[in-house]
Write a new protein. Structure first.
Length: 129
């Protein structure tokens, strides 16, 4: 588990808009490490956060840098349910989350956006999953 920073980018909800946004990063050789798209919001974990923010701002996107939590989970039933329940038990709502696991992989990574990262880390630290 670690605190990371991601880009929160407003993107038009239309065909081709995400490709255009990602094209700006691709052209500058910035790698996308994780991505979530929620209608008109893209949340991106990238290889060079500050440079990506500048590139997208110059391209007229509304961009914020936000702290989120990256949690590694075992690839087994109930792993994420445990995390979500644990956060809920200390009164933390998950505002956004995204993640994936490759077929046959033993672990997955989930990016979680909550109001209080420190409290979330404290709630999850040392907990059995």
């Amino acid at each position: 588990m670690e605190k990371i920073k991601e880009l929160f980018v407003v993107v038009e909800n239309r065909a081709g808009a995400l490709g255009e946004l990602l094209g700006h990063l691709s052209k500058e050789k910035i790698n996308i490490e994780a991505i979530g798209l929620f209608q008109d919001i893209a949340k991106l974990s990238v290889s060079d956060l500050d440079r990506a923010a500048k590139i997208l701002t110059r391209a007229k996107y509304q961009v914020e840098i936000r702290e989120v939590l990256r949690v590694d989970l075992d690839n087994k039933p109930g792993s994420f349910a445990f995390v979500a329940s644990r956060l809920g038990s200390v009164g933390l709502n998950i505002d956004f989350c995204y993640g994936t696991v490759g077929k046959g992989q033993k672990s997955a990574a989930v990016i979680i956006d909550v109001a209080d990262i420190e409290r979330a880390m404290s709630a999850l630290e040392g907990a059995e999953r």
